[in-house]
Design a protein around this ligand. Structure first.
Ligand SMILES: *Cc1c(COP(=O)(O)O)cnc(C)c1O
Length: 503
């Protein structure tokens, strides 16, 4: 029993020392350097971009090391950290390897990893002032910088950090439904190449997937603006309150014109295609649509003097999703939702007695809650703030340009390989290719086989996808080139490994 004033009382465990916490510099430094050594050992043991062998092997290895059953006694901090970190690295599909090129999965910058570790050590949360005022300042400044980068009016703009573009788009659509739509049924339009998270967001928001009108694209995977104009025409015809079109119901007073969000994609996940933003922005202005630009991938072009012109028109968006864990070399998660007008965030406002009392806010202990769908929220802004401060726009632009050039080099190499067919020159950093076979069914199968052969041998991580349409023959292998340190020799080797597995 604890008796006040009795200093002989001990807490559970008696004289046993408590483990070190993050405010113990020698212990933290020693554990961090142990983890770094284990990462290196694991990477060496792997010896390639992905562990060779059966896909279930990492499960078996982990259970063999850590046991199947819940440990009752610890094995010690050093032993646990070293062994498990080494195993994690050894069984990893490692984006720091140039041949790991399937996804928008980037090698993280060392400086960003270190900044993220510093955040972990401080463990702030952004849901209230009193869990990290300096972290809130970091988020505010980063959002201001990014609004400037996007070409927004920084005095009006706002936004929030998210777990990624899926959450950014969900948040934007929620704001549109609860604010902009003001009671009208919300309908969404996006292209057939848009990310599936648009449909997922409609599902979560209770709008249902049927609230998404999918608009066709041109050959290069860019949304066709004429199709959007036709949609504007159709919106003028009557629908009931659920958004279902009911011809001949005008007289019954069922005419409800929907509020519309157009989701344009700046950098599609498969092709890196950029929808024609200026034409879409014109239509959005004309029809008073909310224009959300999903620039999860293509937003990276904003850093580059060479590629930035591709994003002309982005500054006319109502909201923009950016992902710095793609073309920004940040450890995940580092998603950003930017809003041209921060007052659009009003629907997120919520006053909660234990977090943001109005009198605290008035006294300067600023409300942080009404900026996110999350409550506890780590300051993912900090690592990107440090990165931009360290490299500048120019330094990040150079990394983007290197990846773009690498993609061009991969494209040229693949185009010169007689056994392979390439889709087209890269817009950003993505190249689609496939074996040159006449039979579409056999070709689709071969794509899958090549990919699995490369995985099983631990040689390369190559993506696969299918372009919109029907029937066989739409499958491609996909290379997403995000490693600015990869060389021409790496590009040539990757293509020759693909060609060698094409048998
Ligand atoms: C990656 C991607 C997303 C999803 O982003 P997350 O960060 O994974 O949530 C959405 N849209 C596009 C175009 C993407 O490339």
């Amino acid at each position: 029993m604890v008796v006040p004033g009795d200093d002989r009382v001990t807490l559970a465990g008696g004289a046993q020392p408590t483990p070190a916490f993050a405010d113990d510099p020698p212990r933290l430094a020693s554990l961090l350097s142990l983890a770094v050594a284990a990462l290196d050992a694991g990477r060496r043991a792997r010896g390639g971009p992905v562990p060779a062998g059966a896909p279930g092997q990492p499960h078996a290895a982990l259970r063999a090391l850590a046991g199947d059953t819940l440990p009752q006694h610890g094995s010690g901090e050093e032993a646990a950290l070293h062994a498990l970190t080494q195993l994690l690295a050894e069984g990893h599909a490692d984006p720091t390897e140039p041949a790991c090129a399937a996804h928008l999965h980037c090698p993280p910058l060392a400086v960003a990893v270190a900044a993220d570790a510093a955040v972990s050590a401080l463990n702030p949360s952004l849901d209230s002032w009193d869990q990290g005022p300096s972290s809130a300042a970091a988020e505010e400044l980063l959002l201001r910088w990014l609004a400037e980068l996007a070409g927004f009016d920084v005095a009006r703009a706002g936004g929030t950090l998210t777990t990624g573009a899926s959450a950014s788009t969900l948040t934007a659509l929620l704001l549109a439904r609860d604010g902009f739509a003001s009671g009208r049924p919300l309908r969404i339009a996006c292209s057939e190449h848009a990310h599936f998270s648009v449909q997922r967001a409609a599902q979560i928001l209770g709008l249902g997937e049927q609230a998404v009108d999918v608009v066709p694209c041109d050959e290069q995977g860019r949304l066709a603006p004429e199709a959007l104009a036709a949609l504007a025409e159709a919106d003028r015809r009557p629908r009931d309150a659920a958004g279902v079109r009911r011809p001949g119901r005008e007289a019954a007073g069922a005419r409800v014109q929907p509020a519309r969000v157009v989701v344009a994609t700046a950098g599609t996940t498969d092709l890196g295609a950029i929808d024609p933003l200026p034409a879409i922005a014109d239509l959005a202005e004309q029809h008073r649509w909310w224009l959300h630009v999903d620039a999860a991938y293509g937003g990276g072009a904003l850093w580059s003097r060479v590629l930035r012109p591709l994003l002309r028109g982005l500054d006319r968006a109502t909201s923009v999703a950016l992902d710095a864990h793609k073309l920004g070399w940040q450890p995940a998660a580092c998603g950003v939702l930017l809003l041209a007008d921060r007052s659009a965030m009003a629907p997120l406002a919520r006053e909660v007695a234990y977090l943001n009392a109005a009198d605290d806010d008035a006294a300067g202990y600023e409300d942080r809650l009404g900026r996110s769908l999350r409550t506890t929220r780590r300051p993912d802004a900090f690592k990107l703030l440090v990165t931009i401060h360290a490299l500048g726009v120019g330094g990040l632009g150079l990394l983007v340009d290197r990846c773009h050039e690498l993609a061009r080099c991969v494209y040229d190499t693949a185009a010169a390989e007689p056994s392979l067919e390439v889709f087209g020159p890269p817009t950003l950093t993505t190249v689609l290719l496939r074996p040159r076979l006449d039979d579409p069914v056999a070709r689709d199968e071969r794509c899958a086989t090549i990919r699995r052969r490369l995985l099983a041998s631990g040689t390369a991580v190559v993506g696969r996808t299918e372009l919109p349409g029907d029937g066989p023959g739409r499958r491609w292998l996909k290379l997403t080139l995000l490693h600015p340190g990869a060389t021409v020799a790496d590009a040539q080797q990757l293509i020759s490994e693909i060609a060698r597995s094409n048998r």
